[in-house]
Structure formats: C-alpha cells, structure tokens
Write a protein that binds this ligand. Structure first.
Ligand code: FMN
Length: 209
C-alpha cells in the first residue's frame, strides 16, 4: 500500500502586534486559508514569534554548534535543542511563509533571532569547493511584509534593508525563489492604505489561481 505524507506549511509571524491588529499576520492568515483549501490534509506549523521570546546566539551556543554532533555533551545538545527542532521543521516543509513588518528599515529582532537559530552550518548550508551551498529545499517560499512607508520604488527602495536581507539569507540556505508580497504605505493615509492592502490581498489570492 502506498503511503503519502501530508504537505507541511511552516508559517512564521514576526509582528509584535496581535493578529487582530497586525496587517502582516492578517495577510499570512489569508495565505494559510488558501493553502489549506488547496492542500488536502495539510499540516500547519505556526510560530508567532511575538509569543516565543527566542534566545540570542551566545558563546555556548556557538561552541555547541561547532562541536561535532557525536561529541556534543548533554548540555550542548540541550543548548541546541530549540535550534535543532526549528531546523527539522524547515526540512519537513513543503511551503514556508514568513510574515513580517518593516521595523526601522529592517526586520524585527525576533525574526533575526529566528534566522540566527535556523541558519546552521552542515544543516541548512555548507561550504564546498564552489563556495556556499544551501541545503534547504522548500517548494514554495513567500514573504509578506507590511510597512508604514512605501519603499517599492526607487529612490526610496534604497532604504528597504528588509527585503534584500531576507532574499540573501533565504538564498544562502538554498531558498532562491522567494516571492515577496508588500503591503506598503500602510501609514500613508486611508486611500493608499486601502489600495495597497487590496493589491497585496490580490497577490496572495493569485498565488492560488
Ligand atoms: C518599532 C516600529 C518600527 C517601524 N519602522 C518602520 C520603518 O522603518 N519603515 C516603515 O515604513 N514603517 C515602519 N513601521 C511601521 C510598520 O511597518 C507598519 O505599521 C506595519 O503595518 C506594521 O506591521 P503589522 O501591522 O503587521 O504589525 C514601524 C513600526 C514600528 C512599531
């Protein structure tokens, strides 16, 4: 008998605001609802980073990370347990959805902490003779970003350090085809807010035909 594994969506939300107030989380929810309709028996692994208080990388984490797996002490294994678990989720994922606000022209600190925990030599990337090789392989990667201002056009786009950074780090880990959807100008008045939010919603809908 053929066994099939359920498709997995890993959803990471980074806004400090609750789902009731966060535009990026509401857009992520829209994506998730579409995804569930189009992926029978789909499994959602959802982390709202605002609820998690992720640890920063510290010296003992670095030492544990660079100790060969079979030589790690129990304490070192414990130190890496959360990171290992988050990496394992990404290795199971068929789709990755990151929703984030722009904070101070970059990403929120909680999302940077998440990235620091899941970017692991030998697990999500490795260096070889040809340079870096990303080891993650996820069929669909989508980033939904809400920002108060609009940095989608030049010259303002030079101030957006969030999108280029996410593109770089996702690519570094092997995810080269990320689709970025922007709800830009959310604080630029009602008319721009409504128009750009609707555009972002339509872009999400269009991903599902
Ligand atoms: C701490 C903080 C920093 C922010 N920094 C920026 C910024 O650099 N550029 C910008 O356009 N909007 C900035 N904003 C506005 C948010 O990006 C905007 O309100 C967005 O809708 C928040 O996403 P959310 O609704 O999902 O929480 C900032 C908001 C906060 C709370």
């Amino acid at each position: 008998m053929q066994t099939t594994t359920a498709p997995v969506l890993v959803r990471i939300d980074a806004s400090a605001q609750s789902p009731a107030h966060s535009i990026s989380k509401q857009l992520a929810e829209r994506f998730q609802q579409h995804w569930l309709k189009t992926h029978h028996n789909g499994e959602i692994i959802h982390h709202d980073l605002a609820d998690m208080t992720l640890p920063y990388v510290d010296e003992s984490f670095i030492e544990a990370m660079y100790t060969p797996k079979d030589k790690r002490t129990g304490e070192q294994q414990q130190k890496l347990a959360l990171s290992d678990a988050l990496v394992a989720e990404l290795k199971r994922a068929d789709a990755l959805l990151i929703s984030t606000p722009m904070y101070n022209f970059a990403i929120p600190a909680c999302l940077k902490s998440y990235i620091d925990l899941v970017t692991r030599a030998g697990e999500t990337f490795r260096y070889g003779e040809k340079g870096v090789e990303g080891l993650l392989s996820i069929k669909q990667t989508v980033v939904v970003m809400a920002s108060g201002g609009d940095y989608t056009q030049e010259p303002a786009s030079a101030m957006n350090h969030a999108t280029p950074y996410l593109k770089t780090i996702l690519g570094f880990n092997g995810l080269h085809e990320t689709r970025f959807i922007n709800a830009a100008g959310m604080n630029m008045g009602d008319a721009i807010h409504a128009k750009n939010l609707e555009q972002a919603q339509q872009q999400i809908d269009a991903l599902f035909g």
